[in-house]
Design a binder for this molecule. Structure first.
Ligand SMILES: Nc1ncnc2c1ncn2[C@@H]1O[C@H](COP(=O)(O)OP(=O)(O)OP(=O)(O)O)[C@@H](O)[C@H]1O
Length: 218
């Protein structure tokens, strides 16, 4: 035991439906990602991958359907969202904080002691090759570095579920491989990993691939 293993739990989406402006974006999606599993979500641009990840993360409420984490409904228990790590396309980093401070934020919110939060932040930044930029402000980082900082922030919380939208899209080939290694390694500790991707290299490294087509999962 490394001390990081945890009982794997599943994230389940049941009959998820989302409409915007009269257009159906998700048309009854059922999806389960199991603890320890690496699942790739593919599909053409506009097929609904980002919307599906937003719903599964609890950030967007579906018109109907349910998201369950460990059998409990996310919509009714918002605190469950602390057990999720998310990497979205805008990254959501705080520009006037350093990379390390950004990674520490959710740890401090989870009442991890400050010294421990710092160690975990550096470990996570190291895992995505960003330790040498840890003390730089986000606004001083390149787009690809910001993306890796967002990945580090999601990994540092040791989430039950990691939801990531194109988490290596801004990386060169070398950093794509190492960032993907760090993300996929989370599954070894029991994290359920769900990656939306257009990249066949990323999909090929996952255990399972599901395909979204015009809001329907195939
Ligand atoms: N807030 C919104 N209002 C209206 N339409 C939306 C909204 N958000 C998303 N959409 C539409 O929903 C569809 C799915 O969008 P989404 O971003 O989930 O696609 P995607 O599969 O992630 O695409 P990409 O691969 O290009 O990132 C698109 O047609 C998009 O225009």
């Amino acid at each position: 035991m490394t001390g990081d293993e945890r009982a794997p739990v599943a994230l389940v989406g049941q009959d998820l439906r989302v409409s915007r402006g009269g257009v159906e974006i998700l048309r009854g999606v059922d999806l389960t990602v199991h603890g320890g599993e690496r699942l790739a979500l593919t599909g053409p641009s506009g097929s609904g991958k980002t919307v599906l990840l937003s719903v599964l993360s609890g950030l967007v409420l579906p018109q109907s359907g349910t998201v369950l984490l460990d059998g409990r409904p996310l919509a009714q228990e918002p605190s469950l969202r602390r057990r999720l790590g998310v990497v979205f396309q805008g990254y959501g980093l705080v520009a006037l904080l350093t990379a390390a401070e950004n990674v520490e934020l959710p740890l401090l919110a989870a009442r991890v002691p400050a010294a421990q939060a710092r160690v975990r932040a550096y470990e996570a930044l190291e895992s995505v090759g960003l330790a040498d930029r840890a003390e730089h402000l986000v606004e001083e980082l390149s787009g690809g570095q910001q993306q890796r900082a967002a990945v580090a922030r999601a990994l540092a919380v040791r989430p039950d579920v990691l939801l990531a939208d194109e988490p290596t899209a801004e990386q060169d080939v070398g950093h794509r491989a190492s960032t993907l290694d760090a993300i996929l390694a989370a599954a070894n500790a029991g994290t359920a990993v769900l990656l939306a991707t257009h990249d066949p290299v990323v999909a090929a490294r996952c255990d399972r691939v599901v395909h979204l087509d015009a809001g329907v999962l195939r």
